[in-house]
Write a protein that binds this ligand. Sequence first.
Ligand SMILES: NC(=O)c1ccc[n+]([C@@H]2O[C@H](COP(=O)([O-])OP(=O)(O)OC[C@H]3O[C@@H](n4cnc5c(N)ncnc54)[C@H](OP(=O)(O)O)[C@@H]3O)[C@@H](O)[C@H]2O)c1
Length: 292
Amino acid sequence: MTNPDTTNPDTTNAGATNAGGTNAGAVNGATMKPAALFDVSGKTVVVTGGSRGIGLMIARGFAESGATVVISSRKADACRQAAEELSASGGTCIAHPADLSTPDGIASLVERVREISPRIDVLVNNAGATWGAPIDEFPDSAFDKVFDVNVKAVFALTQRLLPELRAASREGDPARVINIGSVDGMTVSASDNFSYGASKAAVHMLTRKLAAVTAADGITVNAIAPGPFPSKMMAYALDDPELRSGVLQRIPLGRTGTPEDAAGTAIFLASRAGAYLTGVVIPVDGGLTGAR
Ligand SMILES: NC(=O)c1ccc[n+]([C@@H]2O[C@H](COP(=O)([O-])OP(=O)(O)OC[C@H]3O[C@@H](n4cnc5c(N)ncnc54)[C@H](OP(=O)(O)O)[C@@H]3O)[C@@H](O)[C@H]2O)c1
């Protein structure tokens, strides 16, 4: 029996050669300097919901690392403004406003992305919505509203962009899909967000299923499950001193997430460093889920 931890990398097919000048790896890890391990420069990245919040944090991280980033969201002005801001700070960012809860919105983003590049290295399915109401008042429509963007759009966009993801895949350097789930899809939330928690649990399982099906195409699919990050979605809790203190008390590390936490995890998953992960859900939550 071989212990994979002690196998000489020269005798495995993972990272033993530097195939075609890609980041496939190096003999005995000789060239695995951190700068190369986490390099995402030159990649083409699509970030849905990239106009603000966690999507903007991730889009900025890629743009500032030398990737070409396409962002999409419904509000056209905010989307264009975010892209202009990222481009002005030295990155390359292109805005494409679209409502991804609709088939037309998905189709228009796919068409635009294809005009920009025949190869998509990284797709970040981040756009999301939530709804809160006590159980007796929770409307049926809040399931459609939330599931359409949080779950159906994740599948639809990934499915439609498979040709471009396959085209980007290289030996040792797979194309990457990163879905943004939530700790609320892992543990029961204190909020009355019935459709939201269910949608995020669905995102996590969809991630695992897509990972299993697309691995043979050289595509990895992973999810980031954020804990509380300051954003418009979380403003109701984090802007209220009493609610905020309750939120912070539940986080072992005692703080909310930062742009570095969101972008850092996404860049890890998109780089050579993250090439051997697929089908995993990574909580980025200051210990919230681990401590429950
Ligand atoms: N913040 C947190 O603490 C937290 C925790 C766990 C998970 N998450 C997840 O992280 C992701 C980002 O959340 P956030 O907190 O950054 O929220 P946010 O500030 O409300 O941002 C959501 C983004 O998605 C876009 N969007 C919403 N509906 C859309 C639609 N139908 N079509 C296209 N774009 C749409 C929004 O732009 P428009 O409104 O202009 O469309 C915006 O760019 C979501 O999936 C959320 O569930 C957040």
